[in-house]
Ligand binder design. Structure first.
Ligand code: AMP
Length: 215
């Protein structure tokens, strides 16, 4: 049983690391960003409400996200634990987990510099057709700006544009960084250096989880 929160600025590698942890620990990876993007793309009521905030790099209102996460955590596959990626994002969301009786075993804070975040995110490109993700520097497509798998023209997500990334970093510092203190006070915070390649960072995360007895 491991109930893990991955904390860290956008672009710190939470999503990548959460997927790897999901494979290793056999517990579901729950990404509120992915859930909200899906709702937005499907044009659901929630998606319509979330879109304007997401496109501006701002947080979607707490009550919408909290309701969505509570429903997800109530599903059968979360019985043996979960990896939360992108939630909680505000102290109010952390408190909502407490109120709902959701126990957190560890909050892993992945730390990277602002400049590294901008480099990582603003270089991201994705395929609008088959949703493959590329990076102009770290994993470029074979042919300039075309998807290797289906040939579609790659696009940059609106919220990955440099200006929006900087806005997301400001929002992170103001609204999300206080959660470090919140989980430190509960004795649940562990800090991991997020610089370096994904394999190195993964080894560090697994190392701290092993020390805690969760991996
Ligand atoms: P992410 O992929 O985690 O960076 O999330 C993309 C966008 O979805 C964020 O910039 C927010 O607009 C929204 N979002 C994701 N998770 C949350 C959350 N826990 N609370 C509020 N907004 C969120």
């Amino acid at each position: 049983m491991a109930r893990i929160i991955l904390l860290g600025a956008p672009g710190c590698g939470k999503g990548t690391q959460a997927k790897r942890l999901e494979d290793l620990l056999k517990i579901p990876h729950i990404s509120t960003g992915d859930m909200l993007r899906q709702a937005r793309d499907e044009g659901t009521e929630l998606g319509k409400k979330a879109k304007e905030f997401m496109d501006r790099g701002e947080l979607v209102p707490d009550e919408l996200v909290i309701a969505m996460v509570k429903e997800r955590l109530g599903k059968e596959d979360c019985k043996n634990g979960f990896i939360l990626d992108g939630f909680p994002r505000t102290v109010a969301q952390g408190e909502a987990l407490d109120k709902a009786g959701v126990v957190v075993d560890a909050c892993v804070d992945i730390v990277v510099s602002d400049e590294e975040v901008v480099r990582r995110i603003s270089g991201r490109r994705s395929c609008p057709s088959c949703h493959r993700i590329y990076h102009i520097e770290f994993s470029p497509p074979k042919e300039d700006n075309r998807c290797d798998a289906c040939g579609a023209q790659l696009v940059q997500r609106d919220d990955d544009k440099e200006e929006t990334v900087r806005q997301r970093l400001r929002v992170y510092k103001e609204k999300t960084a206080p959660l470090e203190e919140f989980y430190r006070n509960k004795g649940k915070l562990v800090t991991v250096d997020g610089n370096g390649n994904p394999d190195t960072v993964f080894d560090r995360i697994v190392g701290v989880l092993k020390d805690l007895g969760y991996a």
